[in-house]
Design a protein around this ligand. Structure first.
Ligand code: NDP
Length: 251
């Protein structure tokens, strides 16, 4: 198992891609700190894990970075990997931008990641650990009508590359996965209702060169690779998990 004896913090482990990341990392032998705000969902994630130690950390990534680190250290004594997966979508382009929603998206997808990574880094320097950020193909290429989200993920990608440079000589690796469309609650959480959702999904299927959307496990397997020593010479990389979508002309 590629992550035996490694202590991994996974944010947003209560749903979707984060819950799948927890499952795959547990299969690879990792000990997990499962971070999110919804206790019932975190417990459901934990219940699905087999043969691994897992600690539920009820926390908001926008304000609880130090508490996340302290609870993980109190329980497991070390931190080897941080997976910054928690994230939210925003609606609309510039003309109809809701600046409060913009602030919430940037707070969660960027500022929260920066705060938690800063709090975890001293511990990763001790363990020669790794960070894996869950970005998006919307970080790599622009999509009209998803301004807050695209700006947050593009900035996150630059953060990944800068921190990778800053820590490479000290043995810490920092990478991201950049998924295309994956069916989770994230789209419905911004109020996309059933009738609308089918259209959104069909357009997503058509816009991926492979002719389908992604699965949570396909993202989780890539996260496990980047978190492990199998990726020991990889840092500052943005890995698209998007059926070829990053290669298309923006539309
Ligand atoms: P979900 O909505 O299913 O899950 C989002 C997770 O983020 C939840 O576990 C939620 O936990 C957590 N979260 C959100 N805000 C906070 C917060 N302030 N503090 C702590 N946890 C928080 O979405 P996905 O699984 O789809 O998204 C996971 C990541 O994947 C995101 O970063 C997203 O941008 C990225 N992504 C998703 C794509 C997709 O098509 N699904 C495509 C590309 C990237 P809780 O509610 O318990 O707080």
């Amino acid at each position: 198992m590629s992550l035996s004896n490694k202590v991994v913090i996974v944010t947003g482990a209560s749903s979707g891609i984060g819950a799948a990341i927890a499952q795959v990392l547990a299969r690879e032998g990792a000990t997990l700190a499962l971070v999110g705000r919804n206790v019932a969902n975190l417990e459901a994630t934990k219940k699905n894990l087999k043969g691994t130690q897992a600690e539920i950390v009820v926390a908001d990534v926008t304000k609880d970075a130090d508490a996340i680190v302290q609870q993980t250290l109190a329980k497991f004594g070390r931190i080897d990997v941080l997976v910054n997966n928690a994230g939210i979508l925003g609606k609309g382009g510039l003309i109809d931008l809701d600046i409060e929603e913009f602030d919430a998206v940037l707070n969660t997808n960027l500022r929260g990641v920066i705060l938690l990574t800063k709090a975890v880094l001293p511990h990763l320097l001790k363990t020669k650990g790794a960070v894996v950020n869950v970005s998006s193909c919307a970080g790599i290429r622009p999509f009209a009508g998803a301004l807050s989200y695209g700006v947050s993920k593009a900035a996150l990608d630059q953060f990944t590359k800068i921190v990778a440079l800053e820590t490479a000589s000290q043995g810490v690796r920092v990478n991201s996965v950049n998924p295309g469309f994956v069916v989770t609650n994230i789209h419905r959480n911004i109020g996309i209702v059933d009738e609308e959702y089918n259209g959104v999904l069909q357009r997503a299927i058509n816009s991926h060169p492979m002719g389908r959307v992604g699965d949570v496990t396909e993202v989780a397997e890539a996260v496990a690779f980047l978190a492990s020593s199998k990726a020991s010479f990889t840092t500052g990389a943005l890995l698209p998990i998007d059926g070829g979508k990053n290669n298309l002309t923006p539309r």
